[in-house]
Design a protein around this ligand. Structure first.
Ligand SMILES: C[S@@+](CC[C@H](N)C(=O)[O-])C[C@H]1O[C@@H](n2cnc3c(N)ncnc32)[C@H](O)[C@@H]1O
Length: 420
């Protein structure tokens, strides 16, 4: 089997990471292996009798085992990291992870945590800091592990980690039920990094999933006339199996819900809040065709190709638009159509706002919608692309231009009808 990582690489990255995290050590010698094993047998095994601990499992060719000691060299905690599916998180649940990641995204599995004594929180933080920095150094974007039900709230609600399976039925002989959780670095809340004491070196202009999460509620409830016109125009081209890339709260899905030309609609979005709202709305509208949403990055989506696709007002936030367009191209059937709409530099938000205000001034979410909208376009590095550049890009990934114009958003929007 081709493994994405090898032990030599992981150990050399760990060395770099641990040079800045005092206290955590990696097992390298057999004597340490034995000591950690005894420590686990004493404290951990009685708590989780179904997990077998011995020298052969704690330090393998596809995992590393970390530990801490007190001032006199007595082991106080340990944790393991593996990059072989099934080695820490059982294989069956790693399949669930693969479904979520779609692509062959590598994730680091973490587990066999055992912290003895009073310093639980501070050691837990230290380990997480190590996992995050190791993953960063290795170029891995997620870590995955099993979390006791009682600790789930912290990771889910405060840190915005993804709960992939809430009830795994795994107890390992203990009274706790474990949930399967994934920490995806570009969608975690800043309070996670604050908790770790890690400064996030992200460009403040970069769009994050959190920006969209914060926008979701007002974005779902407020709808301006220019948005409606755009959506109505886009859906004219959609039929068969439809993919909506950066679907937000699936407004296109709602419009298509009674369309007989459409067999299925799949909305893909990286913001969990947008997706949660989309799910509720699509259920409520009782579509006549198959409709679903997928939480994840467009670039990671690997389902079957679509007959037609659409992406409205999402392009301007893509960090690498060519790569995203290339991936979308691979997801459209030969002969299929893709509708792309994104603002250009002549977007006049003040003018659009003046128009929208007349109809929406009394809407309870309008103020929030307006402020957030302005903030996204003005404070972030929104990529307001000229039509000519966009045409060069879409052609370079293989699309043919069937039509293009700037008739919406008072000239501030590029609208392209593309074919494959
Ligand atoms: C302004 S909203 C537009 C939503 C929807 N297309 C509409 O017009 O109603 C932009 C959406 O794109 C999503 N998005 C941006 N980049 C993405 C990416 N790389 N993968 C998935 N979703 C992305 C954001 O999460 C956000 O919900």
């Amino acid at each position: 089997m081709n493994l994405p990582l090898n032990k030599g690489k992981v150990l050399s990255c760990l060395e770099k990471v641990l040079s800045n995290i005092a206290g955590i050590k990696v097992i390298t010698a057999i004597s340490d292996e034995l000591r950690v094993c005894n420590f686990l047998k004493d404290g951990y095994q009685p708590l989780f009798p179904a997990i077998h601990v011995n020298e052969a499992v704690i330090n393998t060719d596809t995992s590393v085992c970390l530990y801490t000691e007190d001032e006199v060299g007595v082991i106080t905690s340990t944790a393991s990291i593996s990059w072989l599916n099934g080695e820490i998180v059982p294989e069956v649940w790693m399949e669930e992870v693969a479904l979520n990641n779609k692509n062959n995204d590598v994730t680091l599995q973490v587990g066999r945590f055992y912290i003895r004594g009073m310093k639980e929180q501070s050691l837990l933080k230290l380990y997480f800091k190590c996992f995050v920095e190791l993953a960063n150094t290795l170029g891995v974007s997620t870590i995955t592990g099993l979390v006791k039900g009682k600790d789930l709230r912290l990771h889910e609600v405060r840190f915005k980690a993804d709960v992939l399976v809430r009830n795994t039925d795994l107890k390992f002989g203990s009274e706790h039920e474990f949930a399967l959780v994934q920490w995806r670095f570009n969608s975690l809340d800043s309070c996670f990094y604050h908790w770790l004491g890690v400064v996030q070196h992200t460009n403040p202009g970069t769009f994050t999933a959190q920006d969209w999460n914060d926008y979701a509620r007002s974005f779902a409830s407020v709808q301006t006339q220019v948005q409606q016109e755009l959506q109505q125009e886009a859906v004219r081209y959609l039929n068969g199996n439809v993919g909506d890339f950066g679907c937000g709260c699936a407004k296109i899905g709602l419009i298509l819900s009674d369309s007989e030309r459409v067999r299925s609609y799949i909305g893909i979005d990286a913001s969990i809040e947008m997706i949660n709202i989309a799910q509720v709305l699509l259920e409520d509208i009782e579509p006549i065709n198959e409709q679903s949403v997928h939480h994840g990055f467009i670039e990671d989506y690997n389902g079957s190709p679509f007959d037609t696709g659409v992406s409205l007002n999402s392009y301007y936030s893509w960090p690498n638009p060519l790569a995203t367009l290339k991936h979308i191209y691979s997801l459209i059937e030969v002969g299929g159509t893709f509708i792309l709409a994104t603002p250009n530099k002549s977007l006049d938000l003040i003018l659009l706002e003046k128009q929208a205000k007349k109809e929406l001034i009394a809407h309870p979410d309008y103020k929030k919608f307006r402020e957030h909208n302005l903030k996204l376009i003005n404070d972030k590095d929104a990529n307001l692309v000229e039509m000519s550049e966009l045409i060069t890009q879409v052609q370079s990934v293989g699309f043919k231009i069937e039509a293009c114009h700037q008739e919406y958003y008072c000239g501030g929007l590029n609208f392209l009808v593309l074919s494959k």
